[in-house]
Design a protein around this ligand. Structure first.
Ligand SMILES: *Cc1c(COP(=O)(O)O)cnc(C)c1O
Length: 400
């Protein structure tokens, strides 16, 4: 029977020849995944990895990226989420129940803290804060369920006593989740980071940063080596309807090939900048884990053996510079753009008032307003000139 052209358009042959070989894997977009027959339908195991039954549970495209990220980080099992924060939320909502205690570093990624504070109010979870470089401040009770680790921590970049924290958590049977965005699976191996082969239970990675590398795609991942933990996460992921776009996945997949080169370049540019920043009199402190004066430097040195330190460096301005001066400084920068995030080609700057951001007292942080630089792929000398010019502009405006 001759079919109508409308039907023919829909049912046109769409299989690619099997023998074709390309640099990038084929891209699958799917909500529906077609079962070959009712046997395949009734024998589906959507709770198994790599079972294709519906778009939210994954496609060859999402599994390929997940495998790549797990391999990069030294893990075995993976899940993708639409943003780094969504991956964080997946861990929190999967493992925390009413009455549980969760520990977070004072320099934790801010929105994770906000998310947990919200859970604390609504679901009766207790949020406790520790100082990442003072192990004694981590005092879990028997209600403690989960500890969040971040190496180095957000904005102030202290490198934590990862071995001490993980050992103590394990002794108390507490799950360890590391926000691995800074190390990105490159600076150290979260699943085997010490001579005693210590490992965290799971990593969360904002793929938005280095894996994407473009400043344009949002995504997150959760990686584990433990099948039981993974299956708990997998179920939570499925019932919450967390899924990612195949197109976004393909973009990140494409960027992975250059990720390590970008990371090392940004890491080395940040070092160049750090050395220069330390010589400038406008700053009372330069924060960067590779600097012997930075808090937690000894832990960084032990764990990041190849000397990698990502592309972030923060400075604290002398307290004679007030908010208006810092704003003038940021507004005078030309190459550094004002914006959140990092890991893309364009260098970014963000200003912070630490007083509003920390719960505990930190004797290692001097008074003054903080500016964080996220180094992009520009030539480092051009970035130095940009900062130098903006500092002059700031001082000129102050003296007017
Ligand atoms: C950016 C970031 C996140 C969140 O990632 P999004 O994709 O922006 O939600 C989480 N943790 C750290 C350390 C980050 O820098």
């Amino acid at each position: 029977m001759k079919q109508d052209s409308q039907t023919r358009l829909i049912h046109a042959p769409r299989k690619a020849p099997q023998a074709i070989s390309t640099i990038q894997p084929p891209l699958y977009r799917a909500s529906t995944i077609i079962f070959n027959n009712t046997d395949a339908l009734f024998n589906r195991h959507w709770t198994d990895d790599y079972d294709y039954s519906y778009g939210t549970h994954g496609t060859p495209t999402t599994f390929t990226l997940g495998d790549n990220i797990a391999q990069l980080e030294g893990g075995l099992y993976h899940l993708l989420a639409p943003s780094g924060l969504s991956a964080i939320n997946l861990v929190n909502s999967c493992f925390l129940s009413q009455g549980d205690e969760v520990w977070v570093a004072d320099n934790i990624y801010g929105p994770n803290m906000e998310h947990l504070r919200n859970m604390e109010k609504r679901y009766g979870i207790t949020v406790k804060v520790y100082n990442p470089i003072e192990l004694d401040t981590f005092q879990p009770t028997d209600k403690a369920k989960l500890i969040w680790l971040e190496a180095a921590g957000s904005v102030t970049l202290e490198f934590p006593d990862l071995a001490g924290l993980v050992k103590k958590a394990q002794a108390h049977n507490i799950l360890t989740a590391l926000d691995n965005t800074w190390g990105a699976g490159l600076a150290f191996d979260a699943f085997d980071f010490s001579e005693e082969h210590l490992s965290v239970d799971m990593t969360v990675h904002a793929l938005t940063k280095y894996p994407s590398g473009g400043g344009d795609i949002l995504m997150g991942s959760v990686v584990t080596r433990d099948k039981t933990l993974h299956h708990k996460l997998f179920r939570a992921h499925a019932i919450q309807g967390i899924s990612v776009s195949g197109d976004d996945v393909a973009q990140i997949q494409r960027s992975l090939a250059s990720m390590q080169l970008r990371y090392q370049h940004q890491s080395s540019s940040a070092l160049t900048l750090m050395t220069w920043l330390k010589q400038q009199t406008e700053f009372v402190q330069v924060l960067h884990p590779s600097d012997p004066d930075s808090a937690g430097h000894q832990y960084w040195k032990e764990i990041c053996k190849q000397g990698d330190s990502a592309g972030l460096v923060s400075v604290i301005f002398d307290s004679t510079y007030v908010m208006q001066d810092i704003r003038n400084f940021c507004d005078s920068l030309k190459l550094f753009k004002l914006g959140f995030s990092w890991g893309g080609p364009v260098s970014l700057v963000m200003l912070y008032n630490l007083k509003d951001m920390r719960v505990l007292e930190h004797s290692h942080l001097k008074d003054g307003l903080l500016v964080r630089f996220c180094i992009g792929l520009e030539y480092p000398e051009d970035l130095i000139q940009d900062i130098q010019h903006a500092l002059e502009q700031m001082k000129k405006l102050k003296n007017e």
